[in-house]
Ligand binder design. Structure first.
Ligand code: ADP
Length: 594
């Protein structure tokens, strides 16, 4: 049903759509009203030609001034309404128009009251015809509302017919005829009002459809652009990664040729150091790529645990202190107590990357790390007095593999993933990263971290991972289908004093348990070549042999098995795993037993 622009029905319609329709109708009427003084002036002029002498000039002039005044007033109000369309109450304006239509009609009706008694019968008939025609013309003027038309028509017809019937009592039926005529006009006006309303609604609907189409087109365009950007970024990452992998592999193959040529002890030492350096930088690159992949696949979900951000930052500063001192930089830390509920690992990685960069790109002066709070957010700022970053580079440095001034891709200067990871991890934990930098004067990276509500019950405040020493003779089983990994891990653990048994598949692992019983720790690779993966194997062995600590290692970034491992709560280590990390994880795994 279409809403009627009437005082009644309109009063209880509150929807925005109906308001819009009403505003349209009110606008249409207001536009017509602006032209009405001209129409009224023509009518007055026409009546003046015929009647001014017969009804005397003062009487006619007074009426004409009154009738024109009312139309002028209507035009002024209409203009004001059109100027303030955004803030009007259309229901009130409509009511005002109804009242003004009644006044305008009454002005014409007054002509009947004033003139008819002063005219001869033939002129009375003449004026009667004119007064009956005016409301019909009003239908065109007031087609947006039957109420406006009704008020206008009745205000003319009633005084005209009543005056006529008083002058000609034998024609009293003219009153009934006049009312009937008014009723007919109101019906016609109601019909045109309905038509107009439908037209307005159709137009609004069309506008809405066009708007929706434009919006969805824009969304499609934006999604397309995002997809293109992502494809470009992937291509860039792949190109840079393959370049950065190929170079060190090439160097390694040369070093292996040198080693095969039986070099001197000095060369051997030099080659050994270089290989170590290459392997480390390869580890960084693969670690960065792995993180990027885990962040992209949405595999990493941030933890929510209470921890002391100040203690975490202090630990990271301690890691970097000797590096800063070696460069002659002072490392200043302003770390007031800042408990934070969030992902300690990610916040730590963000801080580590920023501090690493600050030291790397500062040749003199200082690097300062400070913590503060803004409301319930923690703010970490890492500032340096280094080379600074040009304004046009400040956005781009957050892209994967983007580096300034490293066209030769010298790996000793990093691989260009640090800030990309900072950005991605910040997005994941809901933090924002901002940068203020001036070339030659230094940079300040600020990370604003939201304080999330702790998940499920009181949070743990144990913040520092203390390394539990591994008791000599600790029995560790290592299960991996890669012989190289099995051999190297076995050797390293033996060097650390453990009693190590290795198995390269599921059945060999089961045999170990049957022969020696459960170990102090099981380190199992996730993919073991057969049907059963490391987590499933560990679960099965635990069911048979009772609880024992388990560490799972993997090179995968997303798989069903990985999700299962997470769900099972087994600690997970992503390859490549540094010796320090392995030591730390073993220490943690053995912690309850110790
Ligand atoms: P990487 O440090 O491995 O090159 P990043 O993604 O961490 O990669 O940084 C990208 C680039 O941003 C760097 O190559 C460096 O030019 C610039 N940059 C990062 N941090 C700073 C800093 N504190 N001062 C000056 N330049 C910086």
């Amino acid at each position: 049903m279409t809403p009627a622009p009437s005082a009644g029905p309109v009063a209880d319609t509150g929807s925005t759509r109906q308001r819009e329709v009403l505003i349209e109708l009110v606008t249409l009427h207001a536009r017509v009203l602006q032209r009405m003084p001209v129409v009224q002036a023509l009518l007055v002029a026409g009546l003046a030609l015929v009647f001014i002498d017969k009804v005397t000039a003062p009487v006619f002039a007074s009426w004409a001034a009154f009738a024109l005044g009312i139309e002028a007033l209507r035009a002024v109000v209409a203009t004001r309404v059109l100027r303030t369309l955004n803030s009007i109450d259309p229901t009130r304006v409509h009511r005002g128009f109804v009242v003004m239509a009644a006044c305008a009609g009454a002005a014409d009706g007054l002509a009947a009251v004033l003139f008819l008694p002063r005219l001869e019968v033939i002129d009375q008939a003449w004026l009667g015809v004119v007064l009956f025609v005016i409301p019909a013309a009003g239908v065109a003027v007031s087609m947006s509302s039957r109420y406006i038309l009704g008020a206008f028509a009745l205000a003319i017809i009633v005084p005209a017919t009543v005056t006529w019937s008083m002058l000609h009592p034998e024609h009293r039926s003219v009153i009934a005829l006049g009312l009937l005529y008014s009723g007919l006009l109101i019906l016609v006006a109601a019909e045109s009002e309905r038509l107009l309303m439908r037209a307005v609604l159709i137009r609004q609907e069309r506008d809405r459809v066009v708007r929706d189409l434009e919006r969805s087109n824009a969304e499609v365009r934006a999604a397309q652009m995002r997809a293109e950007d992502a494809a470009q970024a992937r291509a860039r990452v792949l190109a840079a990664a393959s370049h950065d992998l190929r170079q060190p592999l090439h160097a390694l193959s040369i070093y292996s040729a040198i080693l095969a040529a039986n070099p001197s002890a000095a060369t051997l030492r030099e080659v050994g150091e270089n290989i170590d350096q290459i392997v480390r930088s390869l580890g960084h690159l693969l670690g960065g790529l792995l993180d990027l992949s885990r962040l992209s696949t949405g595999y990493l979900t941030p933890e929510r645990r209470l921890f002391a951000l100040d203690a975490e930052c202090a630990r990271i500063c301690a890691e970097f202190r000797s590096l800063a001192e070696a460069k002659g930089l002072s490392l200043r830390a302003d770390l007031p107590p800042t408990p934070l509920c969030g992902d300690q690992m990610m916040v730590g990685r963000i801080a580590r990357n920023l501090i690493d960069n600050a030291i790397k790109y500062t040749d003199q002066g200082e690097v300062s790390i400070s913590l503060s709070r803004i409301g319930d957010q923690a703010v970490l700022a890492v500032a340096d007095t280094g080379k600074g970053i040009e304004p046009h580079e400040q956005q781009r440095i957050f892209e994967e593999f983007y580096q300034i001034d490293n066209p030769g891709r010298d790996r000793s200067r990093g691989v260009g993933l640090g800030l990309a990871l900072v950005q991605r991890m910040s997005e994941l934990i809901g933090a924002t990263v901002s940068l203020e930098s001036e070339p030659g004067r230094g940079s300040c990276f600020t990370v604003t971290i939201p304080d999330a509500a702790p998940e499920g019950g009181p949070a743990s405040t144990s913040v520092t991972a203390t390394l539990i020493p591994m008791p000599a003779g600790t029995r560790i089983y290592v299960v991996d289908d890669e012989q190289d990994i099995l051999a190297s891990t076995g050797t390293l653990l033996t060097l650390w004093g453990a009693r190590v048994e290795t198995a390269s598949d599921v059945s060999a692992a089961v045999a170990l348990f049957e022969r020696f019983g459960p170990p102090a720790l099981l380190i199992a690779d996730l993919r073991l070549g057969g049907h059963e993966h490391g987590t499933a194997l560990a679960r099965r062995l635990r069911a048979t042999w009772g609880e024992f600590p388990v560490l799972i290692t993997t090179g995968e970034t997303s798989s069903e098995a990985l999700r299962e491992t997470n769900a099972a709560g087994y600690p997970l280590m992503h390859k490549p795993i540094t010796a320090e990390r392995l030591r730390e994880m073993i220490g943690r795994a053995l912690e309850p037993a110790a």
